[in-house]
Ligand binder design. Structure first.
Ligand code: UN1
Length: 498
């Protein structure tokens, strides 16, 4: 096995150890004997240094023409493409998801790099007529300054790219603190940007834990923007900490995403969609399918077929090509998933398959859980309402479409939701009435593409969206510009009185 790499913080284009000299290890969650990397356990001094570097780099980056900034993103997209295989293996080693899914994580970053680069030649504002003669007016989009990005472990490269690349194309500089389980992929992304010509200090990486490295970043006076993806509980803390300094905070938080399957659905399609949505990435997506809301007429057949298929899923090390479902990220998350299995049982739900940790042989070195399905779940149970973030599906039976929508909306989250039906009327009512930021018809709850806004309603976020045409909104301010070329004072709303 190759010597594990030791990563220093990347600050002002230089590699710097943490001020305390402390480090931490990232291990492969499928096999904890394998070290994925050693990273700096950073604190406030390291964050201060990174913010200072980002602040120093801001004036020149801001003054660089946007199409030039975009060219760097495009070159980085090319490098990511060339290195996809290697970066996928790095990502699987640190995060656990199977190689084919890790490739998707990289592809999402490539897509974002291409899409964000396009904005370098658009970045449209509006020009609009004045209510007064001989007066011109327009709005222009401007960068804000140093953006503090705090990213999760489940999409280590994609989510870093969703935040970093839009921030950069507008002309901001960045300090990123990647999830402590999976920092390597952020280094890979930034490596491409640097080889593509990104100037030193424009992106800085500080690794470490939330309370010691994340919090000083959130609280730093020179960081006016915080973009955070993670749990609702932590998002609340981030928002509270940033409130004091009136910062812009973009939060992408939990989900409890339903698939609604009606009696007229194509059951083969539902099967494939639910299995992929619930057990892809071992259920560790904010968009994962955690509830199947099924109409009574097809409930028994669908349940039986899903359970049979779930039992055959090959769970294992993501580096092995036959693996369909990888491990849970760490011991803490594993305990959380198993706790929820116990909660489901104690609430009276029926455990139809799975529910246990996989042990024996190589399983003993990783955090593996069986694909788990609960039947007989009612809408008020905790397993029907709380985010589990693991391969656990709750099946809830309903009488009709109206009840399905009511159950689907009866949770404190609203990220993604899906309807399987052949009835166009139900499909359009779903699009209108479901309380979610993302809605699918005859497709699973996972798999959002970067051309459309990503985000959710209620406890899922605070109204911001990532990606899509809105991608720069969290990272820019509008400036409205009025140019009066009349040569005299024109008093708006007075001299043009109607
Ligand atoms: C996430 O889980 O936070 O829509 C992101 C999807 C992926 C992104 C998920 N494209 O499932």
């Amino acid at each position: 096995m190759a010597e594990p790499r030791v990563f220093k913080n990347f600050i002002g284009g230089e590699w710097r150890p943490s001020a305390s000299g402390k480090t931490f290890e990232s291990r492969n969650p499928a096999d904890t004997r394998e070290l994925a990397g050693v990273f700096q356990d950073s604190g406030v001094q390291d964050v201060n240094a990174a913010v200072a570097a980002a602040k120093a780099a801001f004036p020149a980056w801001r003054a660089t023409p946007a199409p030039k900034r975009a060219e760097i993103l495009l070159r980085a997209a090319q490098l990511l493409q060339e290195r996809k295989e290697r970066y996928s293996a790095d990502l699987t080693r640190e995060m656990g998801k199977p190689l084919f899914e890790a490739g998707g994580d990289i592809v999402e970053a490539i897509g974002m790099a291409q899409y964000a680069a396009g904005e370098g030649r658009r970045m449209h504002g509006v020009t609009t007529p004045s209510e007064l003669p001989n007066k011109f007016q327009m709005s222009i989009r401007q960068p804000i300054g140093v953006c503090g990005l705090i990213t999760p472990w489940n999409f280590p490269m994609a989510i870093a790219s969703w935040k970093m690349l839009p921030a950069l194309v507008v002309g901001n500089t960045v300090v990123i603190k990647p999830g402590e389980d999976t920092p390597h992929s952020t280094f890979n992304l930034v490596e491409c940007l640097h080889e593509a010509g990104l100037p030193p200090g424009v992106v800085n990486i500080v690794t470490g834990y939330g309370p010691t490295a994340g919090q000083p970043l959130v609280e730093h006076a020179d960081v006016p923007v915080i973009s955070f993806t993670g749990s609702t509980a932590t998002g609340r803390l981030v928002n509270l900490a940033a409130a004091d300094k009136i910062k812009r905070v973009s939060l992408e938080l939990g989900g409890k995403n339903p698939v609604i399957a009606l009696d007229d659905a194509d059951l083969d399609l539902v099967m494939d969609g639910v299995l992929w949505g619930a057990f892809g990435t071992a259920g560790q997506r904010c968009t994962a399918t955690s509830r199947l809301i099924v109409q009574r007429g097809v409930a028994a057949e669908l349940t039986e077929r899903l359970v049979a298929r779930a039992k055959t899923l090959r769970v294992g090390n993501g580096l092995s090509p036959e693996t369909e479902m990888g491990p849970i990220i760490n011991q803490k998350q594993l305990d959380r998933v198993l706790d929820y299995v116990a909660i489901g049982k104690s609430e009276g739900a029926k455990l139809l398959c799975g529910g246990g940790r996989l042990t024996g042989g190589d399983y003993d070195y990783g955090f593996f859980v069986q694909p788990t399905i609960f039947g007989g779940v009612s809408r008020d149970m905790r397993i029907a309402r709380e985010e589990i973030f693991g391969p656990v599906l709750s099946i809830i039976e309903v009488a009709d479409f109206d009840e399905a929508i009511s159950v689907a909306n009866d949770v404190p989250y609203g990220l993604s939701a899906s309807l399987y039906s052949r009835d166009a009327n139900h499909a359009f009512r779903m699009m209108r009435d479901i309380e979610s930021g993302i809605c699918y018809i005859n497709a699973p709850t996972i798999g959002a593409e970067i051309h459309l806004p990503f985000g959710g309603v209620k406890g899922t976020g605070n109204g911001h969206r990532e990606a899509g045409p809105q991608l720069m909104d969290a990272f820019s301010e509008w400036k409205s510009v009025y140019v009066d070329y009349s040569g005299s004072l024109q008093r708006a709303q007075i001299d043009n009185e109607v």
